[in-house]
Design a binder for this molecule. Structure first.
Ligand code: HEM
Length: 371
């Protein structure tokens, strides 16, 4: 364990002054192709804003960190936001567009109903607009803010290309039908990730993101009281854990959606300091996933809990039901370094999905609206 901890390279890395766990690894990003059948590196570059906005990545980093100090739930919210953006038609900030008279918004589809962090992105964007107006895309902000969030949650640093452009449309239908459900069986999850180029190992590692954040009762309530119409619990749930969950989530937590996320900021944020404290009472308490304090637990405890029948979502617990996926659950449960490396690589891949460049995209001035 000591040795493992010794080589457990994580959260203290910053891009400038530290080697990352990727330092010695050669990974072939040529294999990752975007929608246009061309590899992302033909469109994107490391340090794309080097000349146009040299402090862009630093501004994103420091703003996320400032907000995190006030509200640690900012980190999981931003990580989930990146997943929901990138998984639907690529990383193009389409998830941030508000509805208009002629366009429905991804924000309003069912799988996104408890998505948060839009106002955090607004704050970061306004900081960037002050320094370099009209330069940094909302799509880059999302993936870079998610990277910072992973670090804050105790995960690895991973290098990211930049230069993504923002979409001019929101994909309500696609988000409604293509975002995975917490009630999905393994085969559906595997298929859904495979469509986007992730194999089983990569899928298992990405779900390690569920090491952090909060899962509201409504997403696993059926497993506690009425699993598949049996009027009883999911037999794959550990019994002690079942009681623990039932004490947090009573029968009445089944139907109502979680209360709308409390605003993280004032309506027109211009500075990180305008953030409000976390004061709104959430009716559905949910379960915190930072098992033993975020920095220690990212990854490994999530997989260990799956091996003990203590996965919160059905979709999580399903990872132990397939031969190959279970092998990776076991591997990650016992090898922190392997998990951190794999998670970083799959986050890179996720962040490069369906990248847009001009003329198919733009740099939005306000992340909520098309220019
Ligand atoms: C089969 C795939 C997945 C499903 C069905 C799924 C579903 C969910 C659900 C239902 C929640 C609870 C939301 C709530 O209670 O408000 C959640 C939370 C979360 N998910 Fe996933 N998820 C999946 C994959 C991922 C991936 C790939 C990532 C990131 C790489 C991710 C990151 C997160 C995070 C960080 C949270 C906590 C959010 C917070 O506390 O604000 N998820 N997910």
């Amino acid at each position: 364990e000591t040795n493992r901890k010794g080589s457990f390279q994580n959260a203290d890395y910053s891009q400038e002054d530290s080697p990352s766990i990727f330092g010695n690894i050669s990974f072939d990003r040529k294999l990752q192709e975007n929608d246009m059948g061309r590899p992302p590196q033909e469109w994107l570059r490391y340090d794309y804003y080097n000349e146009s906005c040299p402090f862009a990545e630093q501004i994103i980093r420091s703003t996320v960190r400032e907000l995190y100090e006030l509200r640690p739930d900012v980190a999981p919210a931003l990580l989930r936001l990146a997943f929901h953006d990138c998984f639907v038609e690529g990383c193009d900030a389409s998830v941030l567009l508000d509805a208009t008279d002629v366009m429905e918004s991804e924000k309003d589809c069912l799988p996104n109903e408890s998505l948060k962090g839009y106002d955090v992105i607004d704050i970061i964007k306004s900081e960037l607009e002050e320094s370099c107006p009209g330069v940094v895309s909302c799509a880059d902000i999302i993936v870079l803010a998610a990277r910072e969030s992973v670090l804050l949650a105790g995960g690895p640093f991973y290098p990211l290309y930049t230069g993504r452009k923002d979409s001019t449309v929101s994909f309500f239908e696609e988000a409604t039908y293509e975002l995975p459900s917490p009630h999905d069986h393994l085969s559906k999850t595997i298929e859904s990730f495979a469509t986007r180029g992730f194999d089983e190992r990569e899928t298992v590692s990405l779900l390690g993101a569920h090491s952090t954040g909060t899962i509201h009762c409504k997403f696993f309530h059926n497993r506690l009281y009425n699993f598949s119409g049996t009027d009883g619990p999911d037999p794959s749930l550990d019994t002690e854990f079942l009681e623990q969950l039932r004490s947090k989530c009573n029968r009445s937590h089944a139907m109502p959606a979680p209360s709308p996320a409390p605003p993280l900021s004032s309506p027109s944020p211009s500075s990180a300091l305008r953030i409000l404290p976390n004061s709104t009472l959430v009716q559905d308490p949910g379960m915190k996933m930072d098992y033993e304090g975020p920095r220690k637990s990212f990854g490994v405890l999530y997989y260990r809990s799956l091996l003990q029948g203590k996965g919160l979502l059905f979709v999580d617990q399903q990872l132990t039901s397939g031969e190959e996926t279970e092998t990776w659950v076991r591997a990650y449960a016992s090898d922190v370094t392997l998990f951190q490396r794999d998670f970083g690589l799959t986050m890179i891949k996720l962040s490069d999905l369906g990248v847009r460049t001009s003329p198919m995209g733009q740099v939005r001035l306000n992340c909520r609206k098309v220019n």
